[in-house]
Design a protein around this ligand. Structure first.
Ligand code: FE2
Length: 283
């Protein structure tokens, strides 16, 4: 794959807007390999082993542990509407999974190779990183008809570093458009304050979301839909407000995300995501 560094205009655009689209930056062969690897993980997912995690009984602590432990594992998370009251799946697993997370880059060879495509390391250096480290990966399915809304948020609320140094790399695995609930961002919104912070008290193994600032989330007219073909890469700043609606269409909208931080910034001990065993993943 040829790597074209970001030109000055793209760098300026990223600095001013807080996001940047690189249309069809990743070849179809790489995208297809990633998609197959994701579907293979889902195929191996055994709901019976995780029944208590998703059942209504003991929902909170079981779910919290499953979530926290996903920092160093490959865990499948279900859509809210995918499970009946009796704990049975209402859809086949491949249509019931909301996302896979969060250490595929360490533990799955296909995901590992994908994240190590020189494009990503180059682009990160072009936007100012000297020592980028990959903290989490997510494969998001945005399932047809039941793919739930992801409300407005800023990623810096959930991945805390001092100084803030997290960047999201969002890769379209399938075409994304308004019809199948694409990503929406607020151009320039990365200059707005951090509105919320999610911190974990590890003695209690309990996370709390706290409001820091009551600046309203963007109105529809302030936001833009990021409609992109498969293979496109969207970079966005950790303060960029972003959102996606429920996917009411008949078509899925698979995406893959990577979140990186600078090795020179402090990673908060109150972050939900900790990697004591796996250690740093340098890009
Ligand atoms: Fe996000």
């Amino acid at each position: 794959m040829s790597i074209t560094p970001l030109n000055a205009k793209q760098q300026q655009q990223y600095a001013e807007q807080g996001f940047l689209v690189l249309e069809k930056a990743v070849p179809g062969t790489e995208i297809n390999a990633l998609k197959s690897a994701a579907l293979e993980i889902v195929e191996k997912f055994d709901i019976n082993k995780q029944r208590t995690v998703f059942s209504t009984r003991d929902r909170d602590s079981g779910r919290d542990d499953y979530f926290f432990n996903s920092a160093e594992n490959i865990h499948c998370f279900l859509e809210e509407d995918a499970l009946a009251a009796n704990g049975e799946l209402l859809k086949p697993a491949e249509l019931a999974i909301n996302k896979i997370g969060h250490a595929m880059h360490d533990l799955d060879p296909v995901f590992n190779s994908f994240c190590r495509l020189p494009l990503f390391a180059q682009v990160l250096r072009d936007i100012g990183y000297q020592r980028p480290q990959l903290w989490q990966t997510m494969y998001i399915f945005k399932q047809p008809e039941i793919g739930g809304e992801v409300r407005w948020h800023q990623d810096a609320s959930y991945l805390i570093s001092d100084p803030p140094s997290v960047t999201g790399i969002w890769v379209a695995v399938e075409d994304a458009h308004k019809g199948n609930a694409c990503l929406w961002v607020q151009p320039g919104g990365h200059r707005s304050p951090l509105r919320e912070i999610y911190q974990v008290d590890w003695d209690k193994r309990k996370g709390t979301l706290t409001e820091l600032d009551n600046t309203p989330w963007p109105d529809v007219h302030e936001a833009v839909a990021v409609e992109v073909p498969a293979g496109s890469v969207v970079l966005f700043d950790n303060l960029m407000p972003h959102y996606s609606s429920q996917n009411l269409s008949e078509h899925s909208r698979h995406a893959f995300t990577m979140h990186v931080a600078s090795a020179d910034a402090d990673w908060s001990a109150e972050n939900w995501l900790q990697r004591p065993t796996l250690g740093p993943f340098d890009l």
